[in-house]
Design a binder for this molecule. Sequence first.
Ligand code: NAG
Ligand code: NAG
Ligand code: NAG
Length: 379
Amino acid sequence: MANVLPVLWCTIHLCMLHNFGGNIEMYGVLDSISSGPIDARRSYNSTMVGVGMCMEGIEHNPVVYELMSEMAFRSQKVEVEDWLKSYSYRRYGQSNVEIQKAWAILYHTIYNCTDGIADHNKDYIVEFPDISPSSFSSQYSKRKIISHVRKHPRFLGEVSASLPQPHLWYSTEEAVKSLELFLKAGNGLSESLTYRYDLVDLTRQSLSKLANKVYLDAMDSYQKRDSSGLNFHTKKFLELIMDIETLLASDDNFLLGPWLETAKNLAMTEDERKQYEWNARTQVTMWYDDTKTEQSKLHDYANKFWSGLLKSYYHPRASKYFTRLSRSLQENRSFQLEEWRRDWISYCNEWQSGKELYPVKATGDALAISRSLFAKYFR
Ligand SMILES: *[C@@H]1O[C@H](CO)[C@@H](O)[C@H](O)[C@H]1NC(C)=O
Ligand SMILES: *[C@@H]1O[C@H](CO)[C@@H](O)[C@H](O)[C@H]1NC(C)=O
Ligand SMILES: *[C@@H]1O[C@H](CO)[C@@H](O)[C@H](O)[C@H]1NC(C)=O
């Protein structure tokens, strides 16, 4: 190569790989950010020249990025508890005791992920399991499986490989307490855009983790052949999707519309416009190596909790699945996974070439919506 590219060579001891696929999930380890760069710099023979971030997506978890960026200018470790107090003051423009308590909880829960798993959101709403419910065990038959596993260790790998497990590293009850404190602070802070963003995000996270449980309850009912239980949990799961849709619609940062409009606006010709919209829709849904009956291995890699996507994409997918599930109980025949896939994938491809418009501006009062959802699901 004649043109040699300039190479930036440095030894970076600490690099934050925080996000995959631009997924939207509250997640991080504030303690390691507040001390890692300092420890690395002071370590024996350190050749460290800087701190780096190499996430796949931005525009999520502002607290993580604020602290990480600040660390480049710090020579001492940061006391996170104190730092968060001034953070919430700077972020919302007011000092508020409830919010400080809320952030203290988040620090010990959502923002203290110490299980070593780099987060890639697999919540069931946004990455719906592509499996037949008869291929994995429910809580119902767990005991049987465990005794089987003792005798056949390989079996565990097979079982756990078939039911995807959304990442959960904290007490959801504690996170809901933090949400309650956020809501209490609402009267004073609701004018603040950053407060509303955080409120919507935390409400979304709490509801999404609840939906994971509801999904498992639905599978459990199915395996017990309990039709009315299945209908009850199905209805709740689908209702959660639509409620999260309404919640996200109330904040400009959680909308599908701007993503599609900015892609289209780059086009110079009508053909380009069509192509760019298709690209943008495909990027956030199923990457294009699917067949009629096989989803892409990377389906939902770049999933997004965005208003627009929940209603028009995630809801129909789950709905089609549960409808077939219920029918399989009624007709006393096994769940037809391949039929669902065929139906679902053709819907997906249609959606990807669609042209319908989605709002680019928020509607609804985030605080009022969040309050009513809290009362509906967590009281
Ligand atoms: C530290 O640096 C010195 C001088 O370059 C070198 O001799 C020594 O092996 C290094 N020690 C470690 C633990 O890397
Ligand atoms: C984070 O979790 C680890 C492991 O459970 C624990 O030792 C540590 O005290 C926690 N830190 C915070 C800030 O809660
Ligand atoms: C469902 O089908 C199985 C065999 O596939 C049969 O043993 C069972 O009796 C059937 N149940 C009903 C309610 O028809």
